[in-house]
Design a protein around this ligand. Structure first.
Ligand code: UD1
Ligand code: UDP
Length: 375
C-alpha cells in the first residue's frame, strides 16, 4: 500500500529564524514523500523578506503582523488571531518552529490548542533565567513542554531536555542548521565597499538588539565601544543596525559623528557572514552570531549577562562581558592591546554542527530516524 504523503508546515517570522529555517525548507522540498508548506508570521518585515529572497523561499501564507514599536502583546495577539485559520484549514501532520522568538512560542501554543504535533528546531538551549534573555528563555522552555520532536543542536542541549524529563526517543542531536546555511555564504573573492573603507585597519563588527538591553544597558555598550575606538586609530567599526527605532535612536545619539564607526543598514546574510569572517573581533548581543563567529576563529565579546551558548565560551572564542560600560571598555581594550589574549580567543572551533543538520532533520521526519547519527 502506498504511504500517505506527510504534510509538514514550517512557521517562522524573524530574520534569525528565517536564516536557520530556509535551508530546511529547501531540503524538505527536495523530498518526494513530504508536502512542505511555509507560513511566515511577518513578525519582521524587511529583515525577513531579505532572507526569503536570498534562499528563494516563497511562503504559502504570510500573516503580515508587524507593527512599528510592537509590544509582546501585539505580537502574541496578532499571531494567535491569524494562525488559527491557517492551521485549521491545512491540518499539517507536524508544524516545525525554530528557537525562541514570540513567533515560535505563539505558534506552538496555537498548535497545542488544536492538538497538532510540534517539532522544535534548535531545541534545548537554556540559561534557566526567564528574564535573560527576555522573553526568549521563557519562549523556548514553554515550547519544550509542548513539542513532540526535539531537534537539539548539541549534546548539551539534548542533556537539558533529558534532565527536564523529555523522553529520549523524542530528542535528536542534529547540529545547528545555521552551519548548513554558512556552507554557501562565505567566499574567498568577496568584495564590498565598506570593506574597502576599512582597508588594512582592524575591522570591529558590531550588532545589538536585545529587548532587555534597550535603554541604559545599550547606551553603556555604545559608550564603551566609542571610547575604545577613539583611542585605537588602527580600528574601524561596522555596525549593521537593527530596524528597531529604539536601537537606532540610542546608536545615533551615542555613536553618531564618530568617523571610525560606520552605522549601516542591515546586511543580507551573505554580506553578514563575509563581514564576520573578515573581522578582527565582534561585539554583539546576538544569539546567532555567537554560533557563526567561532567557526571563523573570530573572538566574540558577548554584551550580555548570560548565554545559552556555553559551548563557545568553553572553547575560549566567546567571552561574556555584560552590559556595563567599564567592563566592556576594559575587556575590549585588553583584547586589542594584548596579543596573547587575542591569540587565545582566536582559535577556530565549531561546536555547533557539521553542515548536515537539515538533512538529518528531514531524514527523521521522512523515515523516522537519521541515516547516520551526529555525536
Ligand atoms: C525579535 C525576537 C528576538 C530575536 C530578534 C532577531 C521576540 C520577542 N524577539 O526581536 O528573539 O533575537 O527578533 O532580530 O520574538 N523592525 C522593522 N523591520 C523589520 C524588523 C523589525 O521595522 O524587518 C522594527 C519594528 O519597529 C519592530 C521592532 O523592530 O517593532 C522590533 O521587532 P520585534 O520583532 O518586536 O523585536 P526584535 O528586537 O526584532
Ligand atoms: N545578520 C544578518 N544581517 C545583519 C545582522 C545579522 O544577516 O545585518 C544575521 C547573522 O548572520 C545571524 C542572524 O542574523 O545569522 C542573527 O540575527 P539576530 O542577531 O537579529 O538575532 P538572534 O540570533 O539574536 O536571535
Amino acid at each position: 500500500m502506498e504511504e500517505k504523503m506527510k504534510k509538514i508546515m514550517l512557521v517562522f517570522g524573524t530574520r534569525p529564524e528565517a536564516i536557520k529555517m530556509c535551508p530546511l525548507v529547501n531540503e524538505l522540498k527536495s523530498r518526494d514523500s513530504i508536502n512542505t508548506i511555509v507560513c511566515v508570521t511577518g513578525q519582521h518585515r524587511q529583515m525577513l523578506d531579505q532572507v526569503l529572497e536570498i534562499f528563494n523561499v516563497v511562503p504559502e501564507y504570510d500573516l503580515g503582523i508587524m507593527k512599528e514599536g510592537q509590544t509582546l502583546f501585539d505580537i502574541t495577539i496578532g499571531i494567535l488571531d491569524k494562525i488559527r485559520r491557517v492551521l485549521e484549514s491545512e491540518r499539517p501532520d507536524v508544524v516545525l518552529v525554530h528557537g525562541d522568538t514570540s513567533t515560535t512560542f505563539v505558534t506552538a501554543l496555537a498548535c497545542y490548542y488544536l492538538q497538532i504535533p510540534v517539532g522544535h528546531v534548535e531545541a534545548g538551549l537554556r540559561t534557566y533565567n526567564i528574564y535573560s534573555p527576555y522573553p526568549e528563555e521563557f519562549n523556548r522552555e514553554a515550547v519544550g513542554i509542548i513539542s513532540k520532536f526535539n531537534f537539539a543542536p548539541t549534546q548539551l542541549a539534548a542533556q537539558h531536555l533529558l534532565k527536564e524529563g523529555k523522553q529520549a526517543d523524542t530528542i535528536f542531536v542534529t547540529g545547528n542548521t545555521v552551519i548548513d546555511a554558512m556552507q554557501h555564504t562565505v567566499k574567498d573573492n568577496y568584495v564590498h565597499p565598506e570593506l574597502n573603507w576599512v582597508g588594512d585597519d582592524k575591522l570591529i563588527f558590531i550588532t545589538a538588539h536585545r529587548r532587555e538591553n534597550l535603554g541604559d544597558p545599550m547606551r553603556q555598550m555604545f559608550r564603551a565601544i566609542r571610547r575604545v575606538l577613539d583611542e585605537h586609530h588602527d580600528c574601524k567599526a561596522i555596525y549593521p543596525i537593527h530596524m528597531n527605532p529604539l536601537v537606532r535612536k540610542a546608536a545615533e545619539e551615542e555613536l553618531g559623528g564618530c568617523d571610525r564607526i560606520h552605522i549601516i543598514e542591515p546586511l543580507d546574510v551573505i554580506d553578514c557572514h563575509n563581514f564576520e569572517s573578515r573581522c578582527y573581533l565582534c561585539l554583539t548581543d546576538s544569539g546567532g552570531i555567537q554560533e557563526e563567529c567561532p567557526s571563523y576563529g573570530k573572538p566574540v565579546l558577548v554584551m550580555r549577562d548570560t548565554t545559552e551558548r556555553p559551548e563557545g565560551v568553553e572553547a575560549g572564542v566567546l567571552k561574556l562581558v555584560g552590559t556595563k560600560e567599564e567592563n566592556i571598555y576594559t575587556t575590549f581594550k585588553e583584547l586589542l592591546e594584548n596579543p596573547d589574549e587575542y591569540k587565545k580567543m582566536s582559535q577556530a572551533c565549531n561546536p555547533y554542527g557539521d553542515g548536515h543538520a537539515c538533512e538529518r532533520i528531514a531524514d527523521i521526519l521522512e523515515f523516522g530516524k537519521c541515516k547516520e547519527w551526529y555525536s
